[in-house]
Design a protein around this ligand. Structure first.
Ligand SMILES: NC(=O)c1ccc[n+]([C@@H]2O[C@H](COP(=O)([O-])OP(=O)(O)OC[C@H]3O[C@@H](n4cnc5c(N)ncnc54)[C@H](OP(=O)(O)O)[C@@H]3O)[C@@H](O)[C@H]2O)c1
Length: 251
């Protein structure tokens, strides 16, 4: 008999890569409220402990690992530890972020590109390669990348950031293609999608600011609830899509 009070993500394990940043806590709270077990990874143990305490989940519904997602072996070990503990992983929200830019491309230091490539592309390569088999095996796997509208509409002073985000998007769409093939062949079921924003406004950023502040930004809670929706059964047919969550700000 099904539990009428069960949330839409009951029984799912959602891994959050880059969990203690601006968006991570909102995604963790939204997925937890939908019934998911939450598996957090970031590189700062103190911030992870704080987030685990804030979530106030029973121990069996939360997991946290200090992982340098630039280390592929460490990323694979994180996935293996989750599968060993929970049996499967149903979703990965890849939230690793950061920014360099602000100078015209003719004079911007090319080191910015190396930094952003590692941060925004290499970490996606590592999480997608580490988790793809587990996501497929779960029967309802989800990989979600949060991207920037810069990837398709780059500005002159954001060339490296835009190019890195475009590469991360292409990688995620290639993952989606692999998932479609595997699903058609009957060797599991998973999807990969990209959610696109202009910029994110966190609750802390909004504190004490008027209604007009961050007008073009997407609220972290709105974005979190969209990510949660993508992880649910209602989005099982959505694969390889770029979902745009900007331009319709409610403020
Ligand atoms: N914020 C925006 O306005 C915006 C706009 C468009 C798209 N996005 C995208 O949305 C997602 C979430 O954004 P956000 O602002 O929440 O990102 P963020 O706070 O900049 O980064 C998220 C977390 O990733 C961690 N991280 C960085 N490198 C790592 C590594 N090697 N191993 C493990 N953890 C690592 C960061 O730790 P540290 O704090 O130690 O670096 C941080 O806690 C990102 O993918 C971002 O690119 C954001």
């Amino acid at each position: 008999m099904s539990d009428a009070n069960a949330g839409p993500l009951e029984g799912r394990v959602i891994a959050i890569a880059g969990a203690t940043g601006g968006l991570g806590p909102s995604v963790a709270r939204a997925c937890a409220a939908a019934g998911a077990t939450i598996a957090l990874a970031d590189r700062d143990a103190g911030k992870l402990d704080e987030l685990v305490a804030d979530l106030e989940l029973p121990q069996y519904r939360v997991d946290s690992h200090v992982v340098d997602l630039l280390d592929e072996e460490a990323t694979r070990a994180w996935c293996a530890a989750l599968v060993a503990r929970f049996g499967s992983v149903s979703g990965v929200a890849h939230l690793v972020g950061g920014w360099r830019g602000g100078e015209p491309l003719e004079t911007a230091p090319l080191e910015d590109w190396a930094f952003l490539h590692d941060l925004l592309v290499r970490t996606v390569q590592h999480t997608s390669r580490a988790f793809s088999a587990s996501l497929l095996a779960s029967g309802h796997g989800r990989f979600v990348l949060v991207s920037s509208k810069q990837a398709q509409a780059p500005t002159h002073t954001n060339a490296a950031y835009a190019a890195a985000k475009a590469a991360a998007e292409a990688w995620t769409l290639a993952l989606a293609d692999g998932f479609a093939t595997a699903t058609a062949e009957g060797s599991g079921k998973a999807t990969a999608n990209v959610v696109v924003v202009d910029a994110i406004a966190t609750p802390a950023m909004r504190e004490g600011k008027g209604e007009d502040a961050f007008r073009t930004f997407t609220d972290a809670e709105d974005l979190a609830s969209a990510i949660c929706g993508v992880c649910g059964d209602g989005a099982s047919a959505m694969n390889g899509q770029r979902v745009q969550l900007h331009g319709g700000s409610r403020r």
